[in-house]
Design a protein. Structure first.
Length: 303
């Protein structure tokens, strides 16, 4: 009888594991993996163990379709939009505390002075920028009068900028330095004069069929927020830290843009979910990196 009971308990434990097939993780989004792991660990006592499986890289449009189906893929992270929230369940805690909506510009090296001489957002709107056609940013920027060149693949985006198909590439502030290191080939730089900002939080998304995973992640994320853990993880991630230090946000002209596709005023009011982006440099000076040795990584020195 004891053998049967133990066998049943072992089978039940295996069955209770949440097997989570998540999106491919780009180097600049390792912080998202850290937050995911922290949220799952926070809920381990209530929901049990879990297994994470990373899927191949897909376009965002394909990720949405696969996640809705809840078979090959059941968790992605993305900038939110009305369309995405209609198709999938968002966990409405901004993963990067608003940083994804703070966009610095990747440009060609020879255009450095050209962008230094641009003074207004009206001038920026006359210049062609690039975004992937199925990213929410494309719709946001077009709605505000920007001249958007829509490319079909992230993999070709840097080549298209290099050859002049478009002139600047707005990227979330934690993204461009690692991307230039990977794809810039010495021809691309980050403009040091401008930044765009629009409220466009980055959420975890799961299938509407997967109520358990949605509740687990929502519970875990709320616990992390209450402990200040997301902020701590964010400000102590080496890639995020180096990217913010290099960006010197306080010295830039920040162009504020309305996002008509994110009308969630209640979420905006939750101050604990957002970093004070205008005072990022001050925050970095007051909250030093806990492990300074992280910055000694050769990859980080190169970006």
């Amino acid at each position: 009888m004891k053998v049967l009971i133990i066998s049943f308990l072992l089978i039940s434990t295996v069955r209770a594991q949440d097997v989570i097939s998540h999106a491919f993780v780009q180097p600049h989004f390792e912080i998202v993996r850290k937050i995911l792991l922290a949220a799952l660990e926070e809920t381990k006592k209530d929901y049990g163990p879990y297994i994470l499986k990373e899927t191949p890289k897909y376009t965002q449009a394909r990720e949405v379709v696969l996640t809705a189906d809840n078979k090959m893929l059941n968790l992605i992270w993305s900038m939110t939009s009305i369309s995405r929230e209609e198709k999938l369940q968002p966990v409405k805690i901004p993963l990067l505390m608003g940083l994804i909506g703070l966009r610095t510009l990747i440009i060609r090296k020879e255009d450095k002075v050209r962008f230094e001489n641009i003074k207004t957002i009206t001038e920026l709107k006359k210049i062609k920028l690039g975004q992937e056609k199925d990213w929410p940013d494309t719709e946001i920027l077009r709605s505000q009068g920007f001249n958007v060149f829509p490319f079909s693949s992230y993999n070709s985006s840097f080549d298209l900028l290099r050859i002049g198909r478009y002139d600047f590439y707005p990227r979330g502030v934690t993204e461009p330095y690692t991307e230039i290191h990977q794809y810039g080939l010495g021809e691309l730089i980050v403009d040091q004069t401008h930044a765009l900002f629009y409220h466009a939080p980055f959420f975890f998304f799961v299938s509407k069929k997967n109520k358990r995973l949605h509740k687990r992640l929502n519970d875990g994320m709320e616990r992390l927020v209450s402990k200040g853990k997301i902020r701590e993880l964010l400000l102590n991630d080496a890639i995020v830290r180096v990217s913010l230090l290099k960006s010197k946000i306080s010295s830039r002209k920040i162009h504020y843009i309305n996002n008509p596709f994110f009308p969630d005023e209640e979420l905006k009011k939750r101050k604990e979910l957002w970093l004070d982006l205008e005072n990022l440099d001050e925050i970095l000076s007051k909250e030093p990196l806990k492990n300074q040795k992280l910055l000694e990584n050769s990859f980080l020195k190169d970006i």
